[in-house]
Write a protein that binds this ligand. Sequence first.
Ligand code: ZN
Length: 202
Amino acid sequence: MSLNIEQIYKDCDALLEGHFILSSGNHSAKYLQSAKVLEDPKRAERLCKELAKLIKQSGLQIDTVCAPALGGVIAGYELARALGARSIFVERKDGLMSLRRGFEVSEGENILICEDIITTGGSAMEAAAVIERNGARVVAFAALANRGFCAKVGDNATAKPECKLPADKPLFALKNFEFEIYNLNDCPLCKEGLAAIKPGSR
Ligand code: ZN
């Protein structure tokens, strides 16, 4: 891999180090603020070109990249550009993910679901369900960062039980960011007396 992904995340404060309260309520010494890595369009382009390279190497033909809004939209758009594919997104309406704004998919269309970060893959699977309900085919998943619950192409690791992505479809990602997660009662940072902060929306 020609890019040092971890360094890129650190350089733009997308990879934070400290003492964090996760949305699950658990604590961690590291936190990914994924949107930060995409605030520079040139950096977004560079990262998505690298991700596109992995997808092209696999030989998969992608017609359309679909991202779950809001988190996946920028990565999905840049990835579509790098792949020469169409870019669409699905979004929540009344809590349910759906295709809106005139976006359509057709039978036989090969669709890749793209996120900025894959944790357990819940939103990605909701997006995939929308695509399949509308008659197209989801052939792969992609994300810039993988939190290590799901197994990306090129890893020998198998997915953890928390992973919701199907085992028979590839997940392309630039890097695994696997952080240690501490139970509130068992957090070494709390024991050191360090104040924990709750970062903004992931
Ligand atoms: Zn703690």
